[in-house]
Design a protein around this ligand. Structure first.
Ligand code: IMP
Length: 428
């Protein structure tokens, strides 16, 4: 069996898309297991950056079957647009792409309700991507969701949609004082989306299980990061899905016993978009340098990302929650400019030093970082492809991450280009 899980080890945007895409040439299948179009996976396709929101990152690699699993929430209109966009760049989206019938749909009323809720939260807004992800998952749990398989029986789907949309209009108008949505227009849009998406619908859990059992190389591609996990992240400043490796089982139908190695992807520093505690945040100065050098702007929303030094306390916690066997460190080249590079090795909370990551966002917001300083390398690493191309200080930085986490680093990425990777060990 050769299946691997690629998950974010921080608050998302770690560069999982590039890593998944790079490994996809050795894979038979890439399966997304959670999240929705809140994700933005930037992949280098023939030298051009292409952002995938819902399509698995292996879609541009010929011969790879890409699957959206039942744990994902799919915006049908957004997906059709995304398919058209990638096709216009010469990428095939046909029999190589399946959507599980059990994935739930994100509807226009989910986005509208979310926008109204975020507005009403005022200063305590979560800073969501406003893609309707939270409300779509909420509806799934409150048994008011719409599995995408329903598009194949449009009559029944339309009846259910009209009933639910009417209730959502009540919420929008009566509770939030917002405009009601045009339900006929939603039905028409969904009919168009159904024409395009029904050919891709399939019952996928057996297919994926059989692929893993028969020894095919299967990549489970995570979105967001472990610190945004609905159960183990910095609640309530989290997304609404299981972003940790544990999400593979409910998100694909492949049991935990069949899931192979877990690869955690972490940046050489750390970023966060949206609200929530962030102990190593650098609000200006060095944080701005990191943002400029790393082009740290949201791939989905364009928002500037909050930037800070690598946080080992948070990383160790994420490694534990997701059971990461190895790490891939991305964007090492962004640190090329710094004379010294602090690493947060402990927190100080209410005057007491600890290496424990608080489960409570309130406690985490009181955590001050305790740093250890590493010498920088102040040299261009973007052309490095072998470990002896890297300056000794950059190798020392990676080795220190290994020592502090107890987890080996399998590769480091040193630029946006697909081949800008220094691989230390075989991965797939
Ligand atoms: P939602 O996923 O849109 O509900 O947003 C909830 C939180 O997760 C917000 O802080 C978002 O900024 C964050 N988030 C969602 N998707 C991503 C992502 O792909 N990268 C980084 N942060 C994300």
């Amino acid at each position: 069996m050769s299946s691997i899980v690629i998950v974010g080890a921080q608050w998302g945007d770690e560069g999982k898309g590039k890593i998944t895409n790079g490994l996809a040439s050795n894979a038979n299948m890439v399966v997304r297991f959670q999240g929705g179009s809140n994700a933005g996976h930037t992949v280098d396709v023939n030298g051009e950056p292409v952002v995938f929101h819902l399509l698995p990152s292996g879609i541009s690699v010929q011969g790879v079957l890409c699957v959206i699993g039942p744990g994902v929430v799919v915006d049908p209109l957004g997906l059709v647009e995304e398919i058209d966009g990638v096709r216009s760049r010469g990428i095939e989206v046909g029999e190589n792409f399946l959507i599980d019938v059990g994935a739930h749909m994100v509807m226009p009323y989910h986005r509208a309700v979310e926008a109204a809720e975020e507005e009403s939260r005022g200063g305590s807004a979560i800073g969501t991507t406003r893609k309707g992800i939270g409300p779509a998952y909420s509806d799934r749990y409150s048994r008011e969701g719409l599995p995408i398989g329903m598009l194949a029986s449009f009559g029944e789907f339309e009846e259910r949609l009209r009933a639910i949309a009417a209730r959502k209009n009540e919420i929008l108008t009566r509770l939030h004082g917002a405009e009601p949505l045009d339900i006929d227009a939603i039905v028409d849009d969904m009919r168009r989306a159904a024409d395009r998406l029904v050919p891709h619908l399939a019952d996928t859990p057996d297919l994926v299980r059989e692929a893993v059992a028969s020894g095919s190389n299967v990549i489970f591609e995570g979105a967001q990061g472990t610190l945004l996990d609905i159960s183990f992240g910095t609640y309530p400043y989290v997304t609404s899905s299981h972003t940790s490796a544990a999400g593979v089982a409910p998100g694909t139908g492949v049991p935990p016993s069949m899931v192979g190695e877990v690869l955690g992807v972490a940046k050489a520093y750390i970023t966060r978009v949206g609200a929530g505690p962030f102990p190593t945040e650098l609000p200006d100065g060095e944080g701005e340098t990191i943002r400029d050098r790393g082009q740290e702007y949201g791939a989905t929303t364009g928002r500037p990302r909050r930037c800070g030094w690598l946080d080992i306390v948070a990383l160790r916690y994420a490694i534990g929650v997701s059971g990461m066997d190895r790490l891939i460190i991305t964007k090492l080249d962004v640190l090329d400019a710094f004379e010294t590079i602090p690493i947060c090795v402990r927190y100080r909370i209410d005057g007491v030093e600890t290496d424990r990551f608080p489960r409570s966002a309130v406690e985490l917001s009181r955590a001050e970082p305790v740093y250890e300083e590493m010498p920088g390398w102040q040299a261009d690493t973007t052309a490095a492809r072998r470990h002896d191309d890297l300056p000794p200080e950059a190798m020392a930085y990676l080795r220190r991450i290994e020592e502090l986490t107890g987890v080996p680093v399998a590769a480091a990425s040193v630029g946006a280009a697909a081949h800008a990777v220094v691989q230390f060990a075989e991965i797939l």
